[in-house]
Write a protein that binds this ligand. Structure first.
Ligand code: FMN
Length: 335
């Protein structure tokens, strides 16, 4: 990596091979998001990215949930949101749990030996971390507090990705808990003080000044998600991109309403209405609302979409990724 800038993995379509490769070719590191994809889909994205760049890039994988949930609570939530799904012509999906093709993804990643494999929603067992390292990958674990950072280092992680409360998208926490979030600079400082491991900082970083601040706090690189969402290379839907600068959406909040796991997004009608009823039930609720969110996106109905965004979304820029990289570097140099 020439410059300490990482394009965050963004599941749900935003992280395309073109976005990741463009960031790599501009001297940063791009990430693919394997979450919600099959192992075969992940493989073809990796192969496509390899055709677009000969520089190193990363792949992010979700650690499967073991959440046990109460059927009655899920049924009650289903009843509440049924009318919203019907309003776009679909039904609420089956409340299922799956492992997101975990075993097959790990096997494929060992075979393809990408430069960095990062994990979110937990820490895989040391054996898996070691096998990926033996296959030639660096292993990064996303953490949201010091306890998780300690577990990741003990398990053998090469890199930590510290995610502050400001971050867009899902909280990367190991458990689907409510407590333990921290502001990014505080988190980076605490980890730096105790653990001697390279750290990537993520959450609310939008410009060169923000990047300089986390590097000064001890991170080796800054990971930006929301900042890349409006790039033409991003696969975020047009309605999601437009919502980021729509004056209708005035704030972000953390909610379980869309997936059953806490995630930060723009406050729209669905979030505001169902947040209080949303059960702690991932990925069950994700599967329940999936079709509704997809069709709402196609119909450009942002009030029913999961509009993931970090706290800095107002400062997002609509620029080709290579130009955005250029701007970020220019801003860092003028600091
Ligand atoms: C649309 C979207 C999707 C995301 N998907 C993932 C993901 O698949 N895996 C992951 O580790 N983090 C994911 N994140 C979180 C990012 O890795 C990162 O922590 C976050 O974008 C940083 O905050 P920022 O958006 O304010 O830059 C996602 C974030 C967004 C905005």
């Amino acid at each position: 990596m020439e410059y300490p800038i990482i394009q965050a993995p963004m599941a749900g379509g935003a992280s395309t091979p073109m976005l990741a490769a463009t960031v790599c070719n501009a001297g940063g590191i791009g990430f693919l998001a394997a979450g919600y994809k099959t192992s075969d889909e992940m493989r073809s994205e990796i192969e496509e990215t390899q055709r677009l760049t000969d520089r190193p890039f990363g792949v992010n994988v979700f650690v499967p949930s073991k959440e046990v949930v109460d059927e009655a609570i899920l049924s009650a939530y289903r009843e509440k949101i049924q009318k919203e799904a019907e309003s776009v012509g679909v039904s609420v999906g089956q409340a299922i749990i799956d492992d997101d093709d975990w075993g097959s993804k790990i096997t494929t990643l060992k075979e393809l030996s990408v430069a960095i494999v990062s994990f979110t929603f937990g820490c895989p067992e040391s054996r898996i971390i070691k096998e990926l390292q033996d296959a030639g990958s660096l292993v990064a674990i996303s953490v949201t507090n010091l306890d998780e950072a300690r577990i990741a280092v003990t398990a053998g992680a090469d890199i930590l990705c510290a995610q502050g409360i400001e971050a867009g998208g899902h909280r990367a926490s190991f458990e689907n808990q409510t407590e333990g979030d921290q502001g990014l600079l505080e988190l980076v400082g605490m980890i730096k003080k105790e653990l001697n491991v390279p750290m990537i900082a993520a959450g609310g970083l939008m410009d060169g000044k923000d990047i300089t601040a986390v590097l000064a706090a001890g991170a080796v690189a800054a990971q930006l998600g929301t900042a890349f969402l409006r790039c033409p290379e991003s696969g975020a839907s047009p309605a999601h991109k437009a919502a980021l600068y729509d004056p209708r959406f005035t704030k972000t909040a953390i909610t379980r309403a869309f997936s059953g796991r806490r995630a930060r997004g723009l406050v729209n009608r669905f979030l505001a209405e169902y947040d209080k009823d949303a059960p702690r039930a991932y990925p069950y609720v994700h599967h329940m609302t999936k079709q509704m969110r997809k069709v709402a996106g196609q119909k450009e109905q942002p009030e029913l979409m999961a509009l993931w965004a970090g706290q800095g979304y107002r400062r997002s820029r609509e620029l080709p990724a290579s130009q955005l990289m250029g701007k970020l570097l220019e801003e860092m140099r003028s600091e």
